[in-house]
Ligand binder design. Structure first.
Ligand code: ATP
Length: 349
């Protein structure tokens, strides 16, 4: 098919390029109108200094319609650029169990929800320092519960903004409306009224603009418990950045592990797609990383590019391989290498 879409592929570091290589072999079989522009894996970039690596990778990102990203340990640049420079404010992490996924839960059948994680604010703003600077600035008052020895402490700031919260809340409300479902929002509302209760209040305000949309709220510790004991009750779950990061790994655990959890990061003008997991350094070079999370992220990317037919085919092929259960990677209780698993998906296609 003639290529009309340009996708930048960033394989990343440690075991991530192994998952990406296998995934690209699968994607090649879909006859897509895509020109793939591949950045070298991190191990081949390490000769360059950081500024050279950034120039190279940022240029390729800018020239593409979207990006399929492995995971980085810091060697491969691009993650920060795509997130904070391109303002991808909504990190969408679907958590869906499918027959054959190696869930530790007795009854994972109805787990099918989406975490929307605010992606730019909260504890990730990078404002950190010596606690004495906070004290000297007069930022602690009589209501503060300062630990003994605070002068010898450190702090990290949590910043929530109204525009940032409204923006991601609208995104989550749209998604809940599309899925014909309710919106759940969660944060540490009881202990952190200034930031977390405010976050939930703003989300509720925004949800009122969506006629008939139910909006429920849970404290985040209760939410963690519910995601294990009653995950089938959740459909779209909106969380501030840090809780979203933590609870999406918990959600991945309930369906069978990090190897199964895809994600997409969406801004107003740009989106990119990456597995929810990291670089899996402990299994790098062994050829056993599960590429399912990367493939499901690629499926999300195909839908973003309006290639829904190809996305459906890929989804069905993945579903069939898990349903048959004869060729699975070790994290799913099988003994297949990454490439043999990819061969099985290609066979199913
Ligand atoms: P990060 O902080 O960058 O998100 P992390 O600390 O969460 O990374 P991961 O790289 O996600 O760490 O790995 C956590 C564990 O899960 C490791 O034991 C890793 O081998 C395993 N793991 C992660 N992804 C996969 C995968 N796709 N297939 C098999 N195992 C995986």
């Amino acid at each position: 098919m003639t290529a009309s879409i340009r996708v930048c592929v960033i394989p990343g570091d440690d075991a991530a390029p192994e998952a990406m290589q296998a995934s690209l072999r699968v994607l090649d079989c879909l006859d897509l109108p895509i020109e793939w522009d591949c950045v070298p894996p991190g191990r081949d970039l390490s000769e360059l200094d950081l500024a050279e690596r950034e120039t190279l990778v940022h240029k390729q990102i800018d020239a593409a319609d979207t990006v399929l990203f492995g995971a980085t340990n810091g060697t491969t640049p691009g993650a920060r650029y795509m997130r904070w420079d391109k303002l991808t404010f909504a990190n969408v992490r679907p958590i869906q169990w499918r027959p054959g996924f190696h869930s530790p839960l007795k009854d994972p059948k109805e787990i099918d929800y989406v975490i929307v994680r605010e992606n730019l604010e909260d504890m990730y703003v990078g404002v950190m320092g010596e606690a004495k600077d906070l004290l000297n600035a007069g930022l602690a008052d009589a209501r503060s519960r300062l630990p003994v020895g605070a002068e010898d402490g450190r702090f990290a700031a949590k910043i929530i903004t109204r525009p940032g919260t409204e923006q991601v809340a609208r995104f989550a409300c749209e998604l809940a409306t599309q899925r014909n479902s309710k919106l759940t929002v969660s944060a540490k509302t009881n202990m952190l009224p200034a930031t977390d209760r405010w976050f939930c209040e703003i989300v509720r305000e925004v949800a009122q603009d969506y006629a008939g949309l139910e909006c429920e709220e849970f404290i985040v510790d209760d939410m963690a418990h519910r995601l294990v004991v009653r995950p089938q009750d959740i459909d779209v779950l909106l969380l501030p950045n840090l809780y979203g990061d933590v609870l999406s790994d918990l959600g991945a655990g309930t369906i069978g592990g990090l190897g199964l959890a895809p994600s997409g990061c969406f801004g107003n003008e740009f989106a990119y797609f990456e597995s929810a997991h990291g670089t899996a350094p402990d299994i790098a070079g062994k050829g056993i990383i599960n590429p399912t999370a990367t493939l499901l992220s690629a499926e999300m990317m195909l839908r973003y590019l309006n290639l829904n037919g190809a996305a459906d085919r890929l989804n069905n092929a993945i579903g069939n391989v898990y349903l048959s259960g004869s060729v699975l990677t070790p994290d799913q209780g099988g003994n297949a290498e990454t490439e043999r698993f990819a061969d099985a998906i290609i066979g199913a296609l």
